[in-house]
Design a protein around this ligand. Structure first.
Ligand SMILES: [Zn+2]
Length: 155
């Protein structure tokens, strides 16, 4: 019998150990391939990608990603995937102007990078976190255009 070094169960539940290693791999990828620094911010749930940092120690850096440490570990993992997508789109100058399109593409590009690195996600949880974020941006965008939240019941 081959001993299962696999960290997955049949239900695709990722262990904390797996996620920690996956996060480290993404962090290394961000630094080595995109010249983006990943920081984990204590007592925060905010996650962001910021472009054009001027770091005198590492002038080659094009931006940084901040991930709030207060999020659950798996949420940090998926947030990092998303912010990596932003960094990729920025680095390749292929960012759509529409904020909802930009956000959607960032999730998809990030997931592609993650998959290409041989890393796994729990697809259902990833999708739920993605849709939650996208719907917030969508509501925000509609609010800006119409000045109010569009009510779905009115078709
Ligand atoms: Zn985003």
């Amino acid at each position: 019998m081959i001993s299962s070094g696999d960290t997955q169960t049949s239900k695709n539940i990722l262990t904390k150990d797996y996620i920690s290693k996956a996060i480290q791999k993404l962090k290394d990828f961000a630094y080595d391939e995109l010249y983006v620094l990943v920081d984990f911010v204590y007592e925060s749930e905010e996650c962001s990608f910021g472009a054009d940092i001027n770091d005198p120690v590492s002038p080659e850096l094009i931006g940084d990603i901040e991930i709030g440490n207060d999020l659950a570990l798996e949420e940090q993992y998926y947030a990092l995937i998303h912010e990596l997508g932003h960094a990729f789109l920025y680095a390749n100058k292929v960012e759509p102007k529409d904020v909802v399109l930009l956000e959607t593409l960032a999730w998809c590009e990030g997931l592609k990078i993650t998959t290409n690195l041989g890393l796994q996600v729990n697809e259902r949880k990833f999708r739920e976190q993605m849709m939650h974020a996208l719907l917030l941006y969508d509501a925000e965008a509609k609010k800006k255009v119409y000045g109010f939240f569009v009510d779905d019941r009115q078709n």
